[in-house]
Design a protein around this ligand. Sequence first.
Ligand code: SF4
Length: 183
Amino acid sequence: MRRNVQNQLFFVTILFFILGIFHISLAVFGLICFILPFYQYFRYKDKLWCKYYCPRAGIFTVIFGKIGLRKKLPNWIKNGKGKEIVLYYFGVNLLFATMSTIMVSLGRIDPIDHVRFLMLFEIPIVLPQILTYSAPSPAIHLGYRVYSMMLTSTIIGSVLAFFYLPRTWCMICPIQTLTTKKI
Ligand code: SF4
């Protein structure tokens, strides 16, 4: 019998954002949160990540378990439209991140040097970068891309959690969608 440690792991989400402040290349570790759910799903034929381990679900539950408006879920979430939109957005985002990282590796484009919201909008916050070691440009670029993806979904997930239920994001999360047989 597996133990549900999701809520105890909420600090991993915070740690991820702090690591990006130390050095953005460390944000590449965030890819673990994309790879592990699929590994577990294909290995054990079960959504173990979503059920027991996901630190993001943990932080939504811990913070918004006691606060929030608990409004009725909107139709775009209930009828699957939101799920579809987020899935397409995730696919395009992943494609862009991969292609642009390859282009940076080939020296065709410069790495990005800022965090973005929804892929396109620059967030007017400069990450301090406490560690000053120099990392390869593709690691910097991918780090900003992963950090942007995580920050965007955490912001959107938090807004949804505040208005509706703590884990409303899970209803449209692409990982949930892709590890569920029927969309
Ligand atoms: S649906 Fe997404 S946010 Fe929710 S538990 Fe699964 S991976 Fe985490």
